[in-house]
Design a protein around this ligand. Sequence first.
Ligand SMILES: Cc1cc2nc3c(=O)[nH]c(=O)nc-3n(C[C@H](O)[C@H](O)[C@H](O)COP(=O)(O)O)c2cc1C
Length: 214
Amino acid sequence: MKAMFVDLYPSTVDSIPFHIIDRPPRVKRCVGFRAACGAVDGCDVTSDPRPAKPAPQAIDTKTFWRALGVRACAVAVVTAQDADGPSGFLALSATHVCADPPLLMVSIDKRTASLAVVLQARHFAINYLPRGEEALADMFSGKTGRRGTDRFASGRWRQLTTGAPILDDAIGALDCKLEDTIERFEAVIAIGRLVDFVSRGDGEPLLYFRGGYR
Ligand SMILES: Cc1cc2nc3c(=O)[nH]c(=O)nc-3n(C[C@H](O)[C@H](O)[C@H](O)COP(=O)(O)O)c2cc1C
């Protein structure tokens, strides 16, 4: 009897390697009595008539950011303020944890200066920038060399409930009381309870997509 082959979707096959750009090769399952390869019924036939795929790549930092470029996200500046003044940084890791209780999180690199301020002040605010604030975003990402309180010389800032700096021109801002921290690898995940917020109600958000602002 002639062997037949049916496609298995990659999601059903645990051993499919991760390919960044190419689709994983389809694996065919032999359902004939005896496959051409001489194997028994029902075996997974991994030989593919197409040329062999390269081995899965290791994900270095550059590749990681290129991969993350597929995710369009709102540009956010995370801020906090202690006795020494305000501190802030560009943070695209800011997102929500859950709605009940109302928790947000931001992953803060251990080298980011604001980490100490967030831990000391026990709060942080997530400020979503409007379109046109690319220069402010660059400054808070360290590109201009301005550090610490100097970064707050640009823009008008105020406070809501926690005392974290809120950008007046922000599309919206989420004011959070620090609830918990999780230290993993080279980062500290700060989890905050939303205690106050502002929403401008108009304007277009500044987005980050494929390595650039949109
Ligand atoms: C697109 C982009 C996203 C970033 N997201 C984060 C982030 O989520 N957490 C973080 O700690 N640093 C993040 N950074 C890096 C900080 O913004 C940058 O290191 C900043 O200069 C830190 O502030 P500091 O110089 O006061 O330490 C990001 C940078 C870029 C360009």
